[in-house]
Design a protein around this ligand. Structure first.
Ligand SMILES: C[S@@+](CC[C@H](N)C(=O)[O-])C[C@H]1O[C@@H](n2cnc3c(N)ncnc32)[C@H](O)[C@@H]1O
Length: 165
């Protein structure tokens, strides 16, 4: 699936089809990670991540009204232009989203803008998109961990520190 319309069409089947696959990615990427503070569920879809974490305080955003309807709440938006102020989030969790973006570089720059300077990003994308997405990501963030995450590549990232002179 890659088009936003597809997600709306299949929103009602999404959880049944993908819960186990996505839960495995969350387990691999999030076990032992500090998830304190304000969290953005970036491309939250139907809200499987909230269900996995048993948390109802994640800020969710997605471009599919159908997926958000299943989730029950969230901001209907394109992640290439987020409706949040700068330095808002302690963590941005982006599971299987960047590869769907028309302009992933814009989405990456938006993550950088809304993340606090000491924040953490977790992102995954299909392995086939690695050569396209990794250079864009590495230009903007320090890669703290890279791992195989089911069908995806999973990355834990931090903002590049700005040297003070
Ligand atoms: C494979 S689903 C993953 C959903 C969720 N992160 C999960 O773990 O189940 C991809 C999601 O990204 C959303 N998406 C794709 N492109 C987007 C964009 N440019 N802006 C916002 N959401 C987008 C889709 O609507 C869909 O809900």
């Amino acid at each position: 699936m890659s088009k936003k319309a597809d997600y709306t069409k299949t929103a009602l089947q999404y959880n049944k089809r993908y819960r186990d696959t996505q839960f495995e990615k969350y387990r691999i990427m999030l076990s032992g990670l500090n998830l304190s503070g304000k969290i953005l569920d970036h491309g939250c879809g139907t809200g499987l991540l909230s269900e996995f974490l048993k948390r109802d305080d994640l800020v969710g955003c997605d471009s599919s009204a159908g997926m958000l309807k299943v989730r029950g709440s969230g901001d209907l938006t394109n992640v290439e232009k987020l409706p949040y102020e700068d330095n808002q989030f302690d963590r941005v969790l982006s599971f299987s989203v960047l590869m769907n973006c028309k302009n992933p570089e814009k989405a990456i720059l938006e993550i950088k803008r809304v993340l606090k300077p000491k924040g953490t990003i977790v992102c995954t994308f299909l392995k086939a998109f690695e050569s396209k997405l990794k250079p864009m990501i590495a230009k903007n963030f320090t890669v703290k961990l890279e791992t195989t995450c089911g069908e995806d590549t999973g990355l834990i990232l931090e903002p590049k520190s700005v040297k003070q002179y």
